[in-house]
Design a protein around this ligand. Sequence first.
Ligand code: NAD
Ligand code: ZN
Length: 341
Amino acid sequence: MKALVKRKAEVGLWLEDVPEPDTGINDVLIKVKRTAICGTDMHIYNWDAWARQTIPVPMVVGHEFVGEIVAVGANVNDFKPGQLVSGEGHVVCGRCRNCMAGRRHLCAQTSGVGVDRPGAFAEYLSLPMSNVWEHRPDIDLDVAALFDPLGNAVHTALQYDLLGEDVLITGAGPIGVMAAAVCRHAGARHVVVTDINPRRLALARQLGATRTVDVGGERLADVQRELGMVEGFDIGLEMSGSPAAFKDLLDNMCHGGKVSILGIPEGELAIDWHKVIFNMLTLKGIYGREMYETWYKMSVMVESGLDIAPVVSHRLHYSEFQQGFAAMNDGEASKVILSWE
Ligand code: NAD
Ligand code: ZN
């Protein structure tokens, strides 16, 4: 089968013929229809320090996908060929304390599809049945291919009650703009999104941000006044990984404000702890998606009108993957979909 392979320990990916994956007795074999390029894939493509440390070469990469089941292992009773599915890219052990307690996103022995086990940028993908998520057959295939990053947005946004609250999202990358859509869908009042890239801020407005702020030229404190907010934001979602954005966020929270942190800073990050302590802020790190409450929430929100399709900026065939990775690298793209049909 065709697959995008990290063949060599250097910058790039290679489109190659590789053997189809084995389908074990507990596995489901999926014919991939569409995939999306994630920041993680960019780290792997660009072969940065994280990738050099993490990715065994050769490796079929990619983990954001939708496809159709074509075969199931002997132990699999709940899935059958023909079903439209995506999958959770974190494969967990099932036996550690967290897994046994139902907190599978906190498993200490997680392996990653397209990271340290064969990925989804391929014609076929084999996944344990416990990682498979079925879609309704009428779902938009691009949206279905985005359930993994949409799940990051949903997991982060739904940590706290959003109804009637004022939300600040720092970072209008694909996850930040999808989070804006989720917050609006969940009944937030003001959903203010910051970035330094006007194109990304325009996309945030398209997805539902009620006000966007280019922090290169505007101050959040002024925007708060303009919106008639006297005490600061109730909820903060950090989705940039930028130390400057995190500082902005902490400076603009209300007393007792609640913050979820998804963005990954490059290294250690100093913050003004007085703001956290004297204002009694709650700070919570977020990893991955809850298995499978986040997936359930995504499915029902999409079914009840949540529309994230505008986050897709490029639709290409897998043979044009170089163009997709280039568009991601130069900041032109938000989400690139590759078709495998
Ligand atoms: P992205 O890099 O595409 O988006 C980040 C955005 O932040 C960019 O648009 C950038 O212009 C903006 N930004 C930079 N400086 C800023 C500033 N000072 N103020 C406001 N915005 C600023 O990333 P993404 O794919 O949308 O992902 C968002 C973050 O979440 C990334 O840091 C990513 O590494 C992280 N992430 C974490 C998890 C997890 O499980 N914790 C999973 C996926 C992604
Ligand atoms: Zn575990």
